[in-house]
Design a protein around this ligand. Structure first.
Ligand code: ADP
Ligand code: MG
Length: 314
């Protein structure tokens, strides 16, 4: 608590901090490489600053019409701003449970934004529109077809008005950092690239802009298993170097447990967050970690949890 930025500013700071310690640690249930928190943490339980905060957020599409649909209901969670570190947050849940809705509310993208009710805060302020503090990587390959790899990677810098030589230099650095070959790949067009290479371009294009928050919507969902694991390893090493908060949406339990420092498990119809887990950092390649019994124990625990919840609903 010596860092003034981390000092609690809630009405009852000591109690709030103690509450976090008790809930977050003492009462957490260890399961393999993870800890299951007794409850999803609420904003008032945590010291500020918060990087992302949802206060009872509900999103109803097409309100008042016959096709009215509530995608997420009363979603509350909070992610601290770990300065110079960032946290890797995974949002895990079945298709249609509202993962993209949550991510796009953080991004400030319509029609998910604005929420029907509740509050979405980023770095302490209500989200009103997209901003440079948040970068997004989608599942679909979103590069511009008529631009080369280097031109796609440097697109954001071009929009910001960075001079050509400077942005090309930075662009080549990022082409290399995401594991592409500067000499061979920089001048290729998207149709000349594999799915994995295209997602490398998408990651470089987002990270080059140094967002504080990186939003990723099932970015590896369309990749084959080997490529997917390589991309997971790449992402962990890049994330460590950029020190941003990552929100990573996936329906793969293994992917969430490997990547996440913290995993939110969601349920369906309407979507809510059921459980929050903290997970040990991944310190070995994905294909190694995924074989270990402690890793498997966490995966099976979450799998059972989800199927129990599905049964309970029937
Ligand atoms: N623009 C929209 N209009 C109407 N319904 C939508 C819209 N976007 C999403 N939905 C519905 O809301 C639910 C949650 O969607 P989404 O957040 O995309 O889920 P996920 O990303 O978890 O698959 C789904 O049932 C989906 O059909
Ligand atoms: Mg989605």
């Amino acid at each position: 608590m010596s860092d003034p930025l981390l000092a609690p500013v809630t009405a009852a700071p000591a109690a709030a901090t103690l509450g976090t310690a008790v809930r977050g640690f003492s009462a957490a249930q260890p399961v393999g490489v993870g800890q299951v928190l007794p409850d999803v943490r609420k904003p008032e339980e945590l010291a500020r600053p918060h990087v992302v905060q949802f206060n009872r957020v509900t999103k109803t599409y097409n309100p008042g019409q016959t096709n009215e649909y509530t995608a997420i209901k009363e979603v509350t969670f909070v992610v601290e701003d770990l300065v110079n570190k960032g946290e890797f947050i995974c949002v895990l849940g079945p298709s249609g449970c509202g993962k993209s809705t949550i991510l796009r509310l953080i991004a400030g993208l319509e029609p998910q934004h604005p929420a029907t009710s509740g509050e979405v805060l980023v770095l302490g302020r209500p989200v009103t529109e997209p901003g440079a503090d948040r970068g997004m990587v989608f599942q679909d390959y979103t590069s511009f077809d008529h631009r080369t790899v280097l031109e796609n990677v440097t697109f954001g810098l071009e929009c910001q008005g960075m001079p050509r030589r400077e942005r090309q230099e930075l662009g080549r650095e990022w082409v290399k950092r995401v594991g592409l070959d500067v000499g061979k790949d920089s001048n290729k067009y998207p149709h000349e690239l594999s799915g994995g290479m295209r997602q490398r371009v998408a990651i470089a294009r987002t990270l080059i802009l140094q967002p504080r928050i990186i939003l990723m919507d099932e970015p590896f969902g369309a990749l084959d298993p080997m490529t997917r694991m390589n991309m997971q390893d790449l992402l962990v090493s890049l994330w460590r170097s950029v020190e941003a908060t990552v929100f990573f949406v996936t329906h793969s339990i293994e992917e969430a447990v490997f990547l996440g420092d913290r995993v939110y498990v969601m349920s369906n119809s309407p979507g809510t967050i059921l459980k929050e887990l903290t997970i040990e950092p991944s310190d070995r390649p994905s294909r190694e970690m995924q074989r270990e019994p402690r890793f498997q124990e966490t995966v099976f625990f979450i799998r059972d949890l989800i199927s129990k919840l599905e049964e309970g609903r029937d």
